[in-house]
Design a protein around this ligand. Sequence first.
Ligand SMILES: [Mg+2]
Length: 372
Amino acid sequence: MKITELETIPLRLPFAQPFKISQGGDRETIETLIVRVHTDEGIVGIGETQAWRRQGSAELLWSLVHTIKDQFEPMITGRSPFDVAGIVHALNEALDNTLYAQAAVADALYDIAGKAVGLPVHKLLGGECRDRVRIAGLLAMKPTVAELLESAQAFYDRGFRHFGLKIGVDPRQDLANVVALRNHFGDRIVLRVDANGALSYDAALSLLRKLEPYDIDAAEQPIAIWDLEGLAALCRATSIPIMADESVSTDHSLLEVIRRRAATVVQTKIAKNGGMYRVWRLWALASAAGMRIYPGNHPSTSVATAAVAQLCAAWPGALMEGVFAVGVSGALAADVVTDPIVPVNGEIRVPPGPGLGVELDPEAIDRFRIDR
Ligand SMILES: [Mg+2]
């Protein structure tokens, strides 16, 4: 079987409610890119990435399209879609730091391989270690504590017991939110906070010390991407475990975090880290270093959600309850597959069908694509 074409489908999808984190203003929509990799045997694989433009991402939909169509397509046309490692290596050699573009292509290759042999991707990676994955609810910033509690209660009522609270704009508000959540839910929930790199070292240390009595399971990327020394100092200065997210893109960057003991938890994302193949390698490195693994994603459709679910299914070790399903848990108002992944009782079922286990819905694609 040979690759014949990389088809790009740029989409703009509505958020269900304006999405607010510490970086940038409220967002009404997200730009996401579906890639369909065609083969000479008629099997078509799909993958997803996002033009996120926060948290160290500079991607635009059109730059992703150009990278994939003009650069990647001529390089890999004619190759076997089963050659995932070799193709990913070649793409990176040709265009360094194109992980967001590589992600959708690489995951589509796994989708093809699974479809070709009639097995879900996790059976190709390591076999089935779990068929359901517990996930966390993402608590985006709200104007008032009452509105925040309302959004948390809505997740709780749907069976969610793990929460990622966005912090980093106003430390007094952050503390008030954590106190309110803990008072309201007691020890019935696991609470994590995420500053998306927005705090100064001093502000982070001050806030984390104040949060210590509230049983925070991890503080995600409290300070800037580049400040690994600062992250390492925070690890020593607070009892709250520190999670690296934005600071980890390649395996080299994770190794640097490990060497400096700059975090004890790592978050991966399909787009940020370049797809399933690379995320799997990061998990192996992290677990060898004794780090906890937190499966994440930017808000995304069922396609990138399915990719992480496949990884989770194949992973034999412990995994934290991550926010990789944030898009399908209510952040996005629409999906683009025929049978969307829907959390039930705070868990998602790993799609059991061949490949990623999800198929595009042509009507939804037509409705949301912005290139026609
Ligand atoms: Mg994060």
